[in-house]
Design a binder for this molecule. Structure first.
Ligand SMILES: *Cc1c(COP(=O)(O)O)cnc(C)c1O
Length: 550
């Protein structure tokens, strides 16, 4: 394949490849990175486009009282990224803004490469305000957001043209941030919507309305002006003077999907004018399996990276080796935690992990709903590790961190609770591969997928979660984990009571008194993880939505 012979262009405002590349904030970016890695392994002729955030998301510190502060260390792209010689401008805010492009080459297991092109306005010729457009991820300011999305959308399509990449058959928009590509394609295909629809696919990732960008048409025209085609007719969108990025992407796509069965249904009712199917998210198993499990799998199941189904034979690994691998990984995360917190977490104690962005629907503090009951059940028997960033402008999210750290002080001497700083892919792997149980307590049905639970499952950690997102399908209660609450009647009180009941009657007694059953829960979790790999996901995208002519 020559350097320009790509058929699929994957657009995402964030892409998480590893903790070394600060171009992601959370689950959306990590999923995009896993999608690309699996595409490379599957030899798909794909290239990807995103932005280069030289000051990335941010480095999080959490002080003794749970106050989050942010710093923005500057990223040095060399030698991970190669600067390309192409350079071009887009008219934004009434002046030309220069854009540079960088390339990261992701090589798959058998040598096939998927390039990621990263757009960057931090260029000498630009005014300081323009150099800052791509500097940081999600500043929260609407104008800034529009400018970033314009760089990604209009700039991304322009870049592909400049690179001579002319044979794209599928433009895959990963979430609405990239939907402005449709306006540039609209120009390219001379206003013919059908020509666009043949080529566009859209994936939506959240049922939470605030997760979908929309802007007033006036604001958009004020900033982008000549970039918006004159002959554009978007009935539902323009009439209300509300430019909704998801609706825009859906309007020009022939197909669209949510990211779990339940989310597909929810997304369909959110956007009734369009057809929305679903493909379950998956995680890139060669990355997310912890170090000691990777080595064990190499010994027992050579080829498991190419063919994760080999892990379905997990029973072949004897208990001593299997449990030792988990214990080693548990010690990595406990040592790391102890080196930072002085809370002396012990490898003998049932360790519960919870790590995610502190959005309020994720209800990170649900387990503290009735402190006395938690102490009754868990004193000396459980320890809990938290991690997660609040968006820099999200005061509610920051309150959640303070609240959890507050509980950790209240529970001092009774139940050990730690909050680890700076959740990222590195810490994510350390946590999901090391804890005994993975907890997730979102308010159903707002968690579209919940990929961290898949990472934990792959590492033999049973999930203890609300029946939302992927877990609504994956949970076999008592076999690979437990489902919290009544799915038809979600609320804080009864969900918390259900969580306490399960901890008291199932999780704690089985962990301490029935090692055989615990080992079985772990092995079944790994088998569940096998069904939620990015390997499976990419094959579903390829057969259901990419329809390549090759
Ligand atoms: C996997 C991952 C996520 C997404 O996990 P959810 O369960 O969807 O919240 C977010 N951030 C990081 C760093 C991750 O590794």
């Amino acid at each position: 394949m020559t350097d320009t012979n790509y058929k699929i262009a994957y657009f995402s405002a964030e892409i998480g490849i590893s903790a070394s590349l600060p171009t992601y904030g959370g689950g959306l970016g990590v999923l995009a990175g896993d999608h690309i890695k699996a595409a490379a392994d599957a030899n798909l002729p794909m290239c990807a486009v995103t932005l280069l955030y030289k000051e990335g998301y941010f480095r999080q510190r959490v002080d003794r009282d749970g106050n989050q502060t942010e710093s923005y260390p500057r990223f040095d792209p060399d030698p991970l990224l190669k600067k390309l010689s192409v350079k071009f401008t887009l008219p934004l805010r009434g002046r030309n803004v220069w854009i540079n492009a960088w390339k990261y080459s992701h090589m798959g297991l058998n040598g096939h490469t998927v390039p990621i092109f990263l757009l960057d306005t931090d260029v000498d010729e630009n005014l300081p305000e323009d150099r800052e457009i791509t500097l940081r991820l999600y500043s929260g300011d609407k104008d800034h957001r529009i400018l970033q999305e314009a760089i990604l959308g209009f700039g991304g399509i322009k870049l592909l043209e400049m690179l001579g990449i002319n044979d794209i058959e599928i433009y895959h928009m990963n979430e609405g941030h990239s939907a402005l590509i449709t306006l540039e394609l609209f120009r390219k295909f001379k206003g013919n919507r059908e020509e666009l629809q043949k080529r566009c696919h859209f994936t939506t990732h959240t049922p939470v309305p605030a997760g979908h960008d929309h802007f007033s048409m006036d604001r958009l025209r004020g900033l982008l002006d000549s970039l918006i085609p004159d002959n554009l007719e978007l009935p539902s969108i323009i009439n209300s003077n509300r430019f909704h990025m998801t609706e825009l992407g859906l309007y020009f796509s022939r197909s669209a999907n949510g990211v779990s069965q339940l989310h597909g249904i929810v997304a369909q009712s959110q956007f009734p004018d369009f057809n929305i199917g679903h493909i379950n998210n998956g995680v890139y198993h060669p990355y997310w399996a912890g170090k000691v499990f990777r080595e064990l799998f190499d010994t027992y199941f050579p080829g498991w990276r190419e063919d994760p189904e080999l892990l379905l034979n997990i029973e072949e690994i004897p208990d001593d080796k299997f449990l030792y691998a988990h214990l080693s990984q548990k010690e990595f995360i406990l040592d790391y935690s102890n080196s930072l917190t002085q809370r002396a977490l012990s490898p003998d104690i049932l360790t519960i992990g919870f790590a995610r962005r502190t959005a309020s629907y994720k209800r990170a503090s649900l387990i503290f709903n009735k402190l006395d009951r938690l102490v009754d059940i868990g004193h000396g028997k459980i320890q809990i590790i938290f991690a997660g960033k609040a968006h820099p402008h999200d005061e509610d999210g920051k309150d959640i961190i303070r609240e959890i750290v507050g509980y950790s002080h209240k529970l001092f001497g009774k139940i050990k609770v730690v909050y680890l700083e700076n959740y990222n892919m590195w810490l994510g792997r350390l946590l999901t591969s090391g804890v005994d149980v993975w907890l997730n307590t979102p308010l159903r049905p707002q968690e579209a997928s919940g990929t961290s639970g898949m990472k934990a499952a792959l590492n033999g950690a049973p999930n203890l979660s609300i029946l939302d997102g992927w877990w609504a399908e994956a949970c076999h209660p008592g076999e690979n984990g437990w489902g919290i609450g009544d799915p038809d009647n979600p609320n804080n009180e009864s969900d918390a009571d259900s969580l306490y009941d399960i901890l008291e009657k199932e999780v704690i007694p089985v962990f301490y008194n029935d090692r055989k059953r615990w080992s079985s829960l772990m092995r079944k979790s790994i088998k569940t993880g096998v069904k939620f790999t990015a390997h499976r996901m990419i094959h579903e995208y390829a057969t259901q939505y990419y329809h390549l002519k090759i």
